[in-house]
Design a protein around this ligand. Sequence first.
Ligand code: F6R
Length: 609
Amino acid sequence: MCGIFGCVLKEGNAAPLIHASLKRLEYRGYDSVGIATASDGKIFLKKDQGKIDEVHKIINLDDLPGSIGIGHTRWATHGAPLKVNSHPHSDCTGEIMVVHNGIIENFMDLKNELENLDHNFVSKTDTEVIPHLIEQTLKENPKLGFVEAVQESLKRLEGSYALAIISTKEPDKIVCARNESPLVLGINGKGVFCASDIPAFLEVTNKAVMINNGELVILSSEGYEIRKIQDFSLINREPITIDWTPEMAVKQGYPHFMIKEIHEQPETLRNTLRIQEHYLDLLSTFLDRANEVFLVACGTSYHACLAASYMFSKLAFLPTYPVYASEFIEQHGKSVNIDSTILAVSQSGETADTIAAVTVAQQRAATILSLTNVIGSTLTRVSRVYIGTQAGPEIGVAATKTFTSQLSVLAQLALKLAKKRGKVSQDEMDSLEENLEKLPDIVDTIINTQEEKIKQIAKKYKNSKVFFFLGRGISTATAFEGRLKLMEIAYIPSIAFPAGESKHGPISLIEEGFPVVFVCPKDDCHKTLIGNIMEMKARGAHIIAIVEEGDQEMKSLADDYVEVPKGIPGVLSPIPFAVPLQLLAYYIALGKGFNPDMPRNLAKSVTVK
Ligand code: F6R
C-alpha cells in the first residue's frame, strides 16, 4: 500500500500542495517519498528514502517549478526502501515519470523483454517497467500520442495499479489509471487532483469523482476526462460531495483503524496471492532441506505460526516447532545449530524478542528465513530470504489484516513445499489452490452478511466477566487468536485451550451462563468437537459457535452462532474463521466504551525484551 497524488493547477506551484497532500497519505506508507513536476517542457524530480519530514529537511520538497506534478509515499513491496527504489520512476530518457500503488504481477517478463530491447533499469521495483513500456510503445509507434501510448501499455500490465504519469511529450497533462488499487479525483476552481485516497485533497476540496477498475483519466487545466482502457470510450461521471472530516477521511469513514483494517482483508488477501512464485519457491527449498524447523514469533504472529505447523504437517508432511520468541533462547538456544532453520514471523519485523531469538540462532549458524509486513525492517536485514506479507501499513494496535495475510502466505508456502515433496495429489492441490483464491470473496461475504449479527452477540455478552475460546486441530490457533483479540482490546480475562484439553482442568470453571466460543469448521475434528460442546453445555455454558453455513448440527447446539461460507478446507479455515472473532472483540470493546485502536499498556511494535 503506497500513496499517490497528482495535480494540475490553473496557477501557482504544484510541489508544496503535492508535499502537503503526501503528508496526509503517509498512513499508507513512509519508506520513501518523491515528487516530479513538469515546467517549460522539462521534468524536475526530487526523491529519497525516509519519512517525508526527514527527506523534506534535506532536499526541500516544495522547491520544484511548475503547476503540474505527481508524488508518491512508499510502502516497500518489491525492492528495499532505498532512494533508487523510490518513486517516481522514469524511462531511459527521464522524460516519462510514473508513480504507482499496487503490484505488477508480470513485471519480470516485461523487464526481461525490455532489457533485451536495451532498456536500462536502475531499480528493483515492479513499477519501473511501466515508464519503459510506454517509452518502447512510443518508439514502435511514433505516430501515437502520449495518452494512446499509455493506454496501449496498460493493456499489457497484469496485477493491480493506481498510476499517475507525466511526460515532456504532453507536459500539460497527467494521465492516471486504475486497476484494483484505489484512485479518486478531486476538483475545485483552482485545479484537478488525483489521489489514492480522499484525505489527500480534502483540505482543498470536498468534490470527488471515484475512478473504477479499467479506467484511464486525463487531467488538464480544462478538467478531467475519463475513458475505458480497453476501447477508449468516454465515460461521463459527475463529482459527488464528501461530507467527512479530515480525521474521518483518513479512516475512510470508519470510526477506528481496527474496523477499517478488518474490512480491508478481502483486498489484502488478494494482494498476498500476488507474491512472486520465485520467493515461495526459494523459501520452500530451504524448508525442504532443513533438519529441524522452528517457527518463531510473538503474539498474533505466533498464532499464525501455530496454524502453520498444522499446514506444514498436513500438506507437506514436514514437522515444525512453533516457539514463542521470548522462550526460544531458553528452550533451544543451546541446541540450535547449522542444521536448524528458523522461520521467523513478525508483522513489524522489529519485535525485540523475535530479533533476539533470530540473532542467537544466526550466531549458531542456523538458516534464518522470515515473513514480515515491513520490508527493510531489522528482520529482513538478518534473513537469508524473506517474504513481504503485502498487507499495507497496519495502524490499529491489534493485529487483524496482517494475521490473515501471514496465514495466506504460510498456506501458500506449505502448498509449495507439498508440491515439491509430492505429498499431496494433484486433485487435492488444485482444490486447495482454488479455495485459496476464493478466500478474499469468502471473507467479504462474512463481513457483509455476519457483521450485524456479531454486533448483537457482542451486545448480549459484553458484560461477561470471562470468556473461553476453544477449537481442535488447526482451530486451536484460531481460538488462541480470538482470545488474544478480546483480551487486549476489551480487557475481558479470557482463556483458550485446545478443546480436547479443556476437560483436563479448565472445565472446572464452567457454571451457568459462562460464555464459550467454539471454532467449528467442518474438518476432521468436527465430530469430536461436538462431544466437547456437549460437555460444556451439560455444565451450563452458553455456546457461541463459529460454524459453516448449513451446519445444522452445530447450529442446534449453539446458543448463538455466526456462519462462514461452506466448503473451506480445514487447513485454510483459520483465515475466514478468525474474521468473526476479530469483529466480536471489536464490538465488545466498543460496547464497553473502549477505544480499540489504543488499548492500554500496549504498543504496536514491542521493541523491548
Ligand atoms: C496482537 C498483537 C501483538 C503482536 C506481537 C508481535 O494483536 O498485535 O500480539 O502480534 O507483538 O508483533 P510482530 O508481529 O510485529 O512481531
